[in-house]
Design a protein around this ligand. Structure first.
Ligand SMILES: C[S@@+](CC[C@H](N)C(=O)[O-])C[C@H]1O[C@@H](n2cnc3c(N)ncnc32)[C@H](O)[C@@H]1O
Length: 267
């Protein structure tokens, strides 16, 4: 049971602006304990988009916008057609930002665009965000699929079209680190979106095993992951050697020089 207290700290400029933008008063948040401002207003800004957000769905983070930039750079420099899959889409933030880019840059032809999540609440919100942002006639281009990782995907045979962009910002916090998270996160955001098992890499590992076993990644395709800062190449070679054997792995730091992303391709 969460104890609702007054906020310990003063509201930040960001929080004040968010409240102002959506017609709330400072006092509305002060009396809400450590509730993230986005859950109060019901909106979050991500990559120049305004998305709806609600409790039980992770609030997309500004750092994740960099993952979108990595995908855009890869797609625009290397691909002509896009066969895209996101695993664990949450509010849909990453995919909706990339979809926006695709609509604005028509030289990339869209063949497949699939968003999955295990949480029906998240998937419903992702669909709602899609409908709010894009015209009805776009809806046939995108598929929303409720699935535990890639359980609902069947094996791709030799000449079948595989995905050439796979993205996942799956839960990656090691279970024993959850209690150390900020109260505004651990008391309000869904554990299903945070807890990545004993090493934090457990779900990501399972997904990568499924991608290999089901032959889902095209030869020229890449997998883009957001990970915990300790999930670097050495960590994977040490604890998940099969993954290191299967994929070429590139570490990418975020704008604060923190190890945050991995880009994988088939060897
Ligand atoms: C860290 S959140 C990221 C959400 C969104 N992609 C973003 O970047 O804001 C992780 C998401 O993975 C989903 N998830 C957790 N376990 C999953 C599983 N076994 N299969 C598919 N999705 C899962 C959660 O419901 C949550 O929406």
């Amino acid at each position: 049971m969460i104890q609702i207290k007054k906020r310990k700290s003063q509201l930040t400029v960001y929080e004040k602006n968010q409240l102002l933008q959506y017609g709330f008063q400072e006092v509305d948040l002060i009396n809400q304990g450590e509730l993230p401002v986005e859950y109060l207003t019901g909106f979050v800004n991500f990559a120049n988009l305004t998305l709806k957000i609600k409790p039980n769905v992770l609030i997309p983070r500004v750092e994740t916008e960099e993952l979108v930039s990595l995908i855009i750079d890869f797609a625009s420099d290397n691909l002509k057609t896009i066969r895209y899959l996101e695993v664990g889409t949450g509010s849909g933030a990453i995919s909706l930002a990339f979809f926006t880019y695709l609509l604005q840059h028509k030289k990339l032809s869209l063949k497949k665009f699939i968003l999955t999540d295990i949480s029906p609440t998240a998937l419903t919100l992702a669909k709602e965000n899609f409908s709010r942002l894009f015209k009805e006639e776009m809806s046939h281009k995108v598929k929303f699929l409720e699935s535990n990782l890639l359980a609902k995907f069947s094996n791709k045979r030799k000449n079948q079209q595989q995905f050439n962009v796979i993205v996942a910002n799956l839960p990656y916090i090691p279970s024993d680190q959850i209690s150390a998270l900020d109260c505004s996160v651990k008391n309000y955001e869904p554990c299903l979106a945070l807890d990545g098992g004993s090493t934090g890499f457990e779900l990501i590992n399972q997904m990568l095993i499924q991608i290999t076993a089901k032959n889902l990644l095209a030869k020229n395709g890449k997998i883009f992951l957001e990970v915990y800062p300790t999930h670097n190449l050495l960590f994977i070679q040490t604890y998940f050697p099969k993954i290191a054997q299967e994929f070429l792995i590139k570490e990418v730091q975020d704008q604060f020089a923190k190890q945050r992303f991995l880009i994988l391709q088939r060897r």
